[in-house]
Design a protein around this ligand. Sequence first.
Ligand SMILES: *Cc1c(COP(=O)(O)O)cnc(C)c1O
Length: 403
Amino acid sequence: MTSRADAARLDEQDPLAGFRDRFVIDDEDLVYLDGNSLGRLPRATRGRLLRAVDEEWGRGLVTSWSSWVDLATDVGDRLGAAVLGAAPGQTLVSDSTSVNLYKLAVSALDARPGRTAVVIDVGEFPTDRFVLEGICAARGLEMRTGDGLDGSVGLVVCSHVSYATGERLDVRATSDAVHDVGALVLWDLSHSAGAVPIELDAAGADLAVGCTYKYLNAGPGAPAFLYVRSALQTQLRQPIWGWFGQRDQFAMGPVYDPYSDLRRFQVGTPPVLGMHAVDEGVALVAEAGIDALAAKGAALTAFAIELADAWLAPLGFDVVTPRDAQRRGAHVALRHPDAWPICQALVERARVVPDFRAPDIVRLGLAPLFTRFVDVWEGVDRVRRLVEFGDHKRYPSALGRIT
Ligand SMILES: *Cc1c(COP(=O)(O)O)cnc(C)c1O
């Protein structure tokens, strides 16, 4: 069976191995397998934030707005090019994923008057379902959780990579099917941005949103991104009429007259420090290259699945992530009836940080920029030993405030 030395050999052959040193890692014994929930802090980001605070804010004060005012579109273009396969002028860094989802879902439905239904899978991330549920309640629309694509549907919302199972959808095939009934499709890229290639332009995607604090390592609460295909921009009008969407913003005019391009999807004053962090996170992904990152993510997840089959299946774990690397992202989901006690015990006793997703999934996030093959080996080995000894049995099965 694969030994730790075999894992170390895989690290020696890894062309991206050097990127680990670009992150702040102050505890080498901690096996962090949660980069898909909160990515690590890049060293460059720390430096950039210190400079932004001291020089731009501390010294420059309000005059620094001249360098901040276009960050949303400038950083958006760089993110679009490096991560989304998007030509300039279609990606904006703004607000949170939930808020961007609301903005784009309402815009899309306004552009499909007369359509009475939206489609979203029951297994979708809660905020996506809740935002849509609220929109449907306000407009008297039917929310379909499952199949049922027909001419009454105005919008389909789906994740490119499922937060729970890790399954990846084909953007082109799904977009084509949705377009066939005349609806628009809104992608949530939170678990694929920075992990796998996304060719939004080439695949004919309409709209997308996603987080930057996961595989893009921009830090807690960093602003999200949104994408609107250029052909749709003038047709769509978003529901939050803020002054950053206004064509002549500082004329302080009496009525809302939004930009005709992507900038109409801005709302208010952008979170500047977070924008700097997104820019650095994106620069690291661009430097490594998304294809190289995806290749490493495929190898790391394959290694985790191989070890899980050998060591964890006999202990009652089931791999729910697809075994075809083209059909998954960079995390592996393991189902186990004691998933929550196991996760608590892993963090407190085994120094492994996975995460738990209700009701019964242990998620191993293998962020390819900083996760090593020895981390995968150590992580799965510690899970095996912990469950063999029954260390998780003294942990409660009632869920905590944050899981
Ligand atoms: C993480 C995640 C979110 C988070 O949205 P926020 O507005 O940043 O809280 C949304 N959707 C998906 C699919 C996610 O994985």
